[in-house]
Every structure is written in C-alpha cells, then in structure tokens.
Design a protein around this ligand. Sequence first.
Ligand code: COA
Length: 273
Amino acid sequence: MPTISELPTTFAEGKILMTRAGDGVGIITFNNPDKRNAMSLEMWEGLGQALVALRDDDAIRVVVLTGAGGKAFVSGADISQFEQSRHNAAASEAYAERSAAQRALLAGYPKPTIACVSGFCLGGGLQIAMLTDMRFAAADSQFGIPAARLGIAYGYDGLRNLVSLVGPSQARLLLYTGLRVDAAEALRIGLIDRMIPNDELLPATLEIARTIAGNAPLAVKAAKITIAEVLKDESRRDMEAIKRTGDACMDSEDFREGRRAFMEKRKPAFKGR
Ligand code: COA
C-alpha cells in the first residue's frame, strides 16, 4: 500500500488539495464531499493553480485527479451557483469563460494525467475526467450526463471528447436519457479504461502512475503529443510537432541510458533530457 506522507497544499479554501505522493506522482483532490465535490467557480480557479504548481515542478511526472469522501469524483458543476451565474445564454457564456483557461490547461497538460474515480462522476465532473489522459474507476462508481434533466446543453469540447471515447450512439444514449451507467457498463463502452475493486482503486492507480513516472519522460511526452495530434482533424494536425518530439527522444541522454540499462540488465535512471 503506497503511503503519502506530505501534508496537502490547499487551494479554493481547502476545496482543492494538492499532494506530492512520492516517486514523481502528484495528486489533486476535489474536496467538498458534503456537496459530492460539486465544482464551484472558485474550485475551478483552485484546480488551475494546483495544475500549474505540479506542471512547474520538475520532480512531478504524472498527475492523478481524485475526489474526497469516496462518494463522488465530481458530481458536476455546483448547481447552487446557476441561479445567479448561469441563468441564461449570456450568463452561461460568461460562466463557461471563467473556467475556460483551466479546462484548456488540463486539455493541453504537458504531463500524463489520470482520473481516479470513486462514486459519482457526473456532468461537468465527467467532462473533467474526459479531459485527463485515462480514467480508472472503482467498481461502485457511476457515470452520467444529466444535462437534459436540467435543461442545459453540454458543450462542444465535452461532447467531442465523449464521442471520441464512446462513439456517437452511446453518446446520444447518455445525453438523451440523462441516465447513469455503472462502472461495468462504462468500461464496456470505453468511457473508463480500468474498473478496480473499491478499496484497491487508489493504490492500483498510484502503482500505474509510478510506472509511468519511472519511464523516460520524453518518450511518454512523445506518445502524449502524437496521440493528441492523431485525434485532431487532419487539416489541423501538426506533423512537425510529432517529428520534433520524436527527434528529441532519439537525441536524448535518456535513450542512451535506456539502451545501456537494458544491455547491463539494470533499471534505467531517466532524467527527462
Ligand atoms: N451542485 C450542487 N450541490 C450538489 C450537487 C451539485 N452538482 N450534487 C450534490 N449536491 C449537494 C446536494 O444538494 C446535497 O446538499 P444538501 O446536503 O445541502 O441537501 C448534497 O450535495 C448531497 O447530495 P444528495 O443528493 O443528498 O446525495 P446522494 O448521494 O443521494 O446523491 C448525486 C448524489 C450526485 C447523485 C445527487 O446529488 C445529484 O444528482 N446531484 C446533481 C448531479 C447533477 O445534476 N450534475 C450535473 C450538474 S451540471
């Protein structure tokens, strides 16, 4: 069982926590369990600050997002803020604008990200999970997009990610009905990548995160960049970026270290250059 010794750094008055879990892994926790970690605008700001801190920390190679309390990852946007800040189209646009920078930060994050989901992962919470590189979920987790029950439209970016994960028909089923699916169904349709027994979720997630963190950072980055380019429309695809990141690997000290460690039958010590 991995241990996390460091006390968390807090953002958004403690509703976002950031921890360095050792071995190159950072953890960001949505921490408002009384509201099932519903995302307020203040929490979006805090999430952005935590993401920047871990992005700029050279010791961190992988970031895990998770929810406190065991009952939810994130239960969506905080509906109690809607009456004041999301009551019509103009207000809704301004509201979305206030989290746009943080969503873009997560979408283009330079390090691998993993959503570690237990309990409810709904609406805007699912959008956050879909912005990460992969999703691991507890066997008792539940997923859904209740937008049609509330009368709101789920935005383009969220739907683009959903359609690319589950395909258009499953996306329609989720959106038209607003019904929740359990972890087994989420795994079957490709919404999550691993279903893990509840009490093993965090240790299993950290083990994979640490495996990634122990690999050559430039090679992991090349995979991340190239897969992101594959997902773009061909007209917008940056083949030069793919070449640059591939060249950076092949010219790196780490590639030399990887080759030598293999020949010398030892574990490589990668430096990310
Ligand atoms: N925004 C604001 N408050 C929320 C919330 C949200 N998205 N989700 C949960 N809460 C609050 C509830 O209002 C309740 O507050 P209260 O204790 O003051 O009454 C508290 O969190 C616990 O929720 P509750 O419904 O009692 O817990 P539950 O375990 O029975 O159900 C959910 C949890 C997440 C299934 C349910 O709360 C729910 O459907 N939430 C709304 C989800 C949603 O529509 N998300 C999309 C928003 S765009």
